[in-house]
Structures are given as structure tokens and as C-alpha cells.
Design a protein around this ligand. Structure first.
Ligand code: FES
Length: 393
């Protein structure tokens, strides 16, 4: 983890070294909040070239001489994680609550390719792990772009992500894709695409729409939200022209299935990302012949839940899990630092070991062996029949 042991906002040794090198190389000013320019210019004096000539010149000799900071060595040695440099930070919604971060490898190398719909995990300095869709252009091979809506009363991840500044290092996973877009005329039998985005749900939809537009496919988009000031990337959406419409609740009220799906027929594949009520509205209104792909950015509602007791085995504390809440939500009331990320049963971050009790596994991630070993994804799975579950917590 980047800067383990440092509170958000504190400067760890690696970040300090890189920041100082960037200042030395003239990329950042001393207060280090400035956005560097010309990242993708072809001249030698862009950020990447300066980075190679500045930050790495500073850090690499330390490593070679055997004086590398343990933190740096941990970053290099950690498998499946990649330390990235924040090279651009900007606010992309009028209400100031959505921040776009552009990340690049510290040595400026090409990054692993990705396709529209992909996301990355961000390992925040506090240890929180959060997932964000890539919203940039996959053809820009040396950067990943994400956008984060700040949720002050959430789990703290988005607030912490907003503290990241240009010059900070942060670890990420390689891109993964749980929201693939098979293309009409190739992997999909459908002829048209309909994109529906709700608020920050625009992030995976943007690369999809750009691709559909570039390939001259038959596509349309509805972008919804409470108020225009809460909607990020309005300028990029407007650049698509009349194919992309914006509809806000303050002007038109909550959208009905007909609003969200106008023009959708059996030849259409629908791609939707947004809050659970929007997704449920689409699911209610869509015909069975329509291909629906969706991604939520908050937990799905609990279906057929039964209340049960979760026992924290190490302290003996008993936590009541309500019929309509997840075990994760209940456990976090008494152990707020317990790890989680997707809250939808696919990332594995919230895994806990069950010492006693029968589990109703509701994920499709854990293997049979992992389940036999007592593992449980507490964001979605529950007790079988309402019996007590004792966790190794
Ligand atoms: S938080 Fe991702 S699987 Fe539970």
C-alpha cells in the first residue's frame, strides 16, 4: 500500500522524494498543487520526459546504492499492484463534488490496455480500497483517467480520493472489465446501442459512447441526474450532439421507464450505469427481447433477507443484522474499519472467515473450496435460515 502508516494528506518518503524531484525538474512549483502541462506533447520537455530525467534519476540511484526507502521497495515488490503518479487533477462538475484524476506510470511507460467498461481498484493511503471506472480514452496508452464523486457521509473512500494531489503516488490494480460491450455487427446480434447514465454513472458510459461514435454505430444516450450542476462531463456529453440528451429531475421529475428507454426495441442493446432506483426502473420497463447490461455504483437492495445475529468471535460482541441490510453494513457499525469495496459480491475485498454457522452464499466469486474453508463475502452473503454466524473478527 502506498504510504502505509501515513494519514491522508501526510507526505510519505516516496511521495516526498518524487515531489522534490518534480520540483527540482521544474515540473511542479514548491507548493506542488500546480497541474503540469504538456503531458502528451511530443517535445522532450513534457512531464514524462522530465519525470524520467528528474524523479527516477533521484530515486533509482538510491535503490542501486542499497539506500532505497522500504516503502519504495514495497511498492516495487507488491504483485498485481502498480504505483501510479497523479499527473492531473481537475473538478469536472459545477457543484465541485466530482474530481477527475489522471494517473500515469512514474517512468512514463505504456500501461496495460483496457476496453470500454473497465475499472481499476485504487488502494488509498488509509488502506481503503475503492473501484473506479476508467473514463478516458483507451487509445491514450500512458494514462488512466478516473472520476470520483465526493460523498461526505459515505465510507470515507471518496473523501480521501479527493485529497490526492498532482505529484502524489497511489497504488492501483490492473484494469478489469465486468461491464463489457460486445459490439453490434461483431460480438452482438443487436443493431443499436442505447446508453443510460445516472450522475457519476457516466464514467464507464463515456468510453462506450466514444467508441460507438467513432465506429459510426447506431447509438443514443440519456444522461440523467438531479440537477445540471451535479452532472460531471457535461461538456464532453454535449460534444456528441443530438444523439446524447441530458434530462434532470429538477426540471422534468423522476424519469419513468418510457423516459429512460424511448426508442428502445428488440434490436437494441442497453448499457446502463447509475443508482439502484434508475437501474430498477429500467429493469421494470424493459422488454425481454432487449439485451440489458448494467453496472450499479452502490449496493443492490437485499432480496428475501432474514434478520440474524453476527457474533464477533474475538470479542464475543453480538451484532444484529436487519432483514434489509447486509452483514457488512451491520458489522461496520461496530468495526468501521472492516475492509470493503464493490459491495456487490465481485471484488472479494470484504471476505471474512466464518468460524461457526451456516452461510447462504450470494456471490459468484468464491470457489467451492473457499466456501468450504469458511470464507464469506459479507457484503452480499447472509446466514442460512436466520441462524447465528460467528466470524473470526
Ligand atoms: S465488497 Fe466487494 S465482494 Fe464484498
Amino acid at each position: 500500500m502506498v504510504e502505509a502508516g501515513h494519514a491522508p494528506g501526510q507526505v510519505g518518503p516516496v511521495r516526498k522524494a518524487v515531489r522534490e524531484s518534480l520540483i527540482k525538474a521544474g515540473v511542479l512549483k514548491a507548493h506542488a498543487q500546480d497541474v503540469p502541462v504538456g503531458l502528451y506533447g511530443t517535445e522532450r520537455k513534457d512531464l514524462l520526459m522530465r519525470l524520467i530525467g528528474g524523479a527516477l534519476d533521484y530515486i533509482a540511484p538510491l535503490a542501486l546504492l542499497g539506500h532505497a526507502d522500504e516503502e519504495l521497495l514495497a511498492l516495487v515488490a507488491t504483485p498485481n499492484r502498480k504505483a501510479m503518479l497523479v499527473v492531473d487533477r481537475r473538478i469536472v462538475a459545477e457543484d465541485d463534488n466530482v474530481c477527475q484524476l489522471t494517473l500515469a506510470a512514474p517512468d512514463g511507460t505504456k500501461l496495460r490496455p483496457w476496453h470500454a467498461g473497465a475499472h481499476i481498484d485504487i488502494f488509498l493511503p488509509s488502506g481503503r480500497v475503492r473501484q473506479y471506472s476508467l473514463c478516458g480514452d483507451p487509445r491514450r496508452e500512458r494514462e488512466y483517467r478516473i472520476a470520483v464523486r465526493r460523498i461526505p457521509d459515505g465510507g470515507g473512500g471518496s473523501v480521501e480520493a479527493h485529497t490526492l494531489r498532482v505529484g502524489d503516488l497511489v497504488e492501483i490494480s490492473q484494469p478489469r472489465n465486468a461491464f463489457m460491450m460486445p459490439l453490434p455487427g461483431s460480438a452482438s446480434a443487436k443493431k443499436k446501442l442505447r446508453f443510460v447514465a445516472g450522475g457519476i454513472g457516466i464514467t464507464p458510459i463515456l468510453p462506450m459512447a466514444r467508441l460507438a461514435d467513432r465506429l459510426c454505430l447506431d447509438w443514443s444516450m440519456l444522461y440523467t441526474g438531479r440537477h445540471p450542476s451535479s452532472l460531471p462531463f457535461l461538456d464532453e456529453v454535449a460534444a456528441f450532439g443530438p444523439r446524447a440528451r441530458v434530462r434532470t429531475d429538477d426540471e422534468h421529475g423522476l424519469p419513468s421507464p418510457a423516459d429512460l428507454l424511448d426508442g428502445v426495441d428488440g434490436d437494441t442493446a442497453v448499457y446502463a450505469c447509475g443508482p439502484p432506483p434508475m437501474i430498477e426502473t429500467i429493469r421494470r420497463g424493459i422488454g425481454h427481447e432487449v439485451e440489458l447490461h448494467f453496472e450499479r455504483f452502490s449496493p443492490p437492495p437485499v432480496v428475501n433477507g432474514v434478520a440474524f445475529e453476527a457474533v464477533l468471535g474475538r470479542s464475543g460482541e453480538v451484532v444484529e443484522v436487519g432483514a434489509d441490510e447486509s452483514a457488512l453494513a451491520a458489522i461496520r457499525r461496530v468495526k468501521p474499519n472492516v475492509g470493503y469495496s464493490c459491495q456487490q459480491g465481485f471484488c472479494g475485498t470484504c471476505v471474512q472467515r466464518v468460524l461457526d454457522g451456516a452461510v447462504d452464499h450470494r456471490d459468484s466469486t468464491l470457489t467451492d473450496l473457499q466456501r468450504e474453508q469458511g470464507q464469506m463475502l459479507v457484503c452480499v452473503s447472509r446466514s442460512k435460515d436466520g441462524g447465528r454466524l460467528t466470524f473470526d473478527l
